[in-house]
Design a protein around this ligand. Structure first.
Ligand SMILES: [Zn+2]
Length: 344
């Protein structure tokens, strides 16, 4: 996930985000979390999202090593994602491209697209990045700051959640009402706040896919991004100062770009989470984050971001499976699967 290292610009953005979010919150309150919406949500039947299985998926990815660009672990994880998702999907596409990053290259990159659910109709896109950041630049020990991060929460968690969704949808007796494209995006996390490139050099895979939508794949109208959806929300004795002061527990707040792009979908997701009593979701105002959803929004796909901004271990060597939680994964996966089966 991108940085917000410039505290002054973040402050400006945060103030703007707060103003916009207050407006949006008023809209959300005004339009509708009424009892009828909750009753409808409760009536949705959906397969059980197994957070423990998703957590195992994080462990498997991290066992390859850091999936930083240009590494053998990156190549091995790409193959593993294809091997996992192919039997669960009606079609799979590996979209390759070459690019340099802030930290080196050029590298070979690959987005993996997998189609699940009905084979026709307008799909929703669910996406997460699968690469790892090549530098632990938030690590409190400066000697670690040029080492690639394990990327358990920041990368592997979203992939693991998407694979668990594909698995349970494939085995559930009721077909999905609408198709879904699972997009495993490469090259998200090699940007830098000092970069002059678009999106500060973050989100290269998302930018490429948004600008080069593949022939034969119906373009989605909306979507959901997973980013850091598996953290344990616990402090870390090695990291005395969290990246966001006071933020320890997991909180999926209302990210501003998402609200501006698709407040309706955001309301549906957060309402579903509330109905299911998944307390990691919060209607508090989130910050404005330049993440993989933004290139898609600009390309006409109204995408929202489920993101925890930011875990204590973010961009450090302690972003490991030990700092991940099956319960957090379950809360996110269970919420989204219920939304998918609610025929939105
Ligand atoms: Zn990151």
């Amino acid at each position: 996930m991108p940085a917000y290292r410039s505290s002054s610009s973040f402050h400006v953005r945060a103030v703007a985000a707060l103003a916009l979010t207050l407006v949006a919150l008023a809209w959300l309150v005004g339009c509708g979390n009424g009892g009828s919406g909750g009753s409808q949500a409760l009536a949705v039947a959906a397969p059980v999202f197994d957070g423990t299985k998703a957590l195992a998926g994080i462990t498997t990815q991290c066992a390859f090593g850091s999936r930083a660009p240009g590494t053998t672990a990156h190549d091995n994880c790409l193959q593993w994602i294809q091997d996992q998702v192919t039997p669960l999907s009606s079609k799979v596409l590996v979209q390759t491209f070459d690019s340099s990053t802030f930290y080196g290259g050029p590298y070979h990159f690959a987005n993996v697209l997998a189609w699940i659910g009905p084979t026709s109709g307008t799909p929703m896109i669910i996406a997460a990045h699968w690469d790892s950041r090549p530098v632990a630049d938030m690590d409190p020990d400066y000697r670690n700051q040029t080492t690639p991060i394990p990327g358990a929460n920041d990368g592997a968690s979203g992939v693991a959640a998407m694979l668990e969704i594909a698995r349970i949808v494939k085995t559930w007796s009721t077909p999905l009402p609408n198709p879904v494209i699972l997009a495993f995006l490469d090259a998200e996390d090699s940007g830098n706040a000092t970069s002059s490139e678009p999106y500060m050099g973050f989100g290269l895979g998302a930018q490429y896919l948004a600008s080069n939508w593949p022939a034969g794949w119906t373009k989605p109208a909306s979507g959901i991004l997973f980013d850091m959806v598996g953290g344990d929300g616990k402090s870390d004795p090695r990291i005395p100062n969290p990246p966001v002061p006071g933020h320890i527990a997991v909180s999926f707040a209302l990210e501003t770009n998402s609200l501006n792009a698709n407040a309706n979908l955001m309301n549906k997701v957060w309402t579903m989470a509330e109905t299911l009593h998944h307390s990691d979701f919060s209607r508090s105002s989130g910050s404005q984050v330049t993440d993989d959803h933004v290139p898609f929004i600009k390309a006409g796909i109204a995408m929202i971001d489920i993101i925890d901004v930011f875990p204590v271990v973010w961009h450090t060597l302690d972003d490991t499976p030990a700092h991940c939680s099956a319960d957090t994964l379950h809360q996110v996966g269970d919420t989204v699967v219920h939304v998918l089966y609610s025929s939105i």
